[in-house]
Design a binder for this molecule. Sequence first.
Ligand code: HEM
Length: 438
Amino acid sequence: MSLRRYVKLFRADILSAQPARLYRAWMAEFKTPFFRSYLINQPDLVKTVLKDRPLDFPKSGRISEGLRPLLGDSVFLTNGALWQKQRRIIDPAFEGGRLRETYPAMWEAAQAALARLTARTGEVVEIEEQTSHAAADIIFRTLFSIPIEDALAQKVFHEFRAYQRTQPILNLAAFLPLPRWMPRFFRADTKAAAKRIRGLITELTERRRAEIAAGRAPDDLATKIMTTRDPETGERFSTEEMVDQVAIFFLAGHETSASALAWALYLVATHPEWQERLAEEAQALGDAPDFADISKLKLSRDVFREALRLYPPVPMMVRETTCPERFRDRDLPRGAQVVLSPWHQHRHERLWDNPDGFDPARWSTENGRQCMREAYMPFSAGPRVCTGAGFAMVEGVLMLSLILRDLKLTALPDKVPEPVAFLTVRARDGIHLAVDRR
Ligand code: HEM
């Protein structure tokens, strides 16, 4: 299609700007005067980029540009030695044992979310707003031991909400054939919002630094990360470095989880038989499941996984070649953009049985198991895999199960949500469901 039309479609909606044949293609090339872009669906090539030679395919600078005002040098954007050091300090806070320590805060936030939703029974509720609120609450409680009702937490939450509509995670810069030096796409309001958010986060981080020094800091994720030394250099994060990391935890940690949970709730609302099965599973577990019980919520996990397949919150990831490569008989020049697309790979017609259908039972089939290994990457894969993947799987499965234990959700035939990519995959006009007591 013409560039003009592509840009127009892209501005409207990055997902529908993609031609339908990409759901069958192994690779697609997008030629522009200033760079080449390649969308890769073929599993062994995705593996090359993410798992086998990740250092040869760093994060694309074109993508980082748009997010840097907010995220600075956060682990989400950095490459090479700096990124490795950041992961060495951050990763221990998200390990299994530590996750167990985080669970009580998660549980309290889930209870509060359920109470807010229960108060709305008999109404039609916009669900994304509820899940955003819940996911932000979980991040505040697990990271800084404050509930979302805290005044500072409220301010951060509202600023992030405004921000996410102005700045898509895949900004146009990554796809448009413009030279890098051309100034563009930084909207003044995006920059101003980023500055305000960083100011608020700096306040939280400095406060915590003082509490750690005084020996009265709560044992939450922020304290864990701020007191962990890099095992190789012995260094800890400075306040400035920690602000960068907190910014990405809020952003990556709440927008993604909120998106996944909202779509999962929509999917069970449109598949009442699964909704019933999940309600039964939840009720069998009793009033207060503990951390170990989460692994027993098998159906809830299968449904949440299926929601992440059909509506991956991060629809695409972009890397850059650092030397000439040869993929599928094509030469990729140095500096080419390599797009890895959970959005396309998860619905790939040559890989999945019933690619567009909602079928949580697929995970027990041969095809489902194989695709899970080779063609499923809602959290990315390899060394740059999402640090919060384990955290998100506990939070999502727990929230889904808890809500369906008590409440019944019904979709409205005249309000079918249309997925669009803002910062994450969201519904253009929200997800509206009728909420009733079970
Ligand atoms: C359903 C929820 C989530 C989904 C689908 C998700 C997905 C992803 C994906 C696809 C990436 C890789 C992006 C890329 O390589 O371009 C990523 C990275 C990341 N995520 Fe998540 N995420 C979720 C929840 C979380 C949570 C709860 C946290 C933290 C509390 C988190 C923190 C991060 C961080 C720090 C990175 C950067 C890792 C790196 O580049 O080394 N995420 N996430």
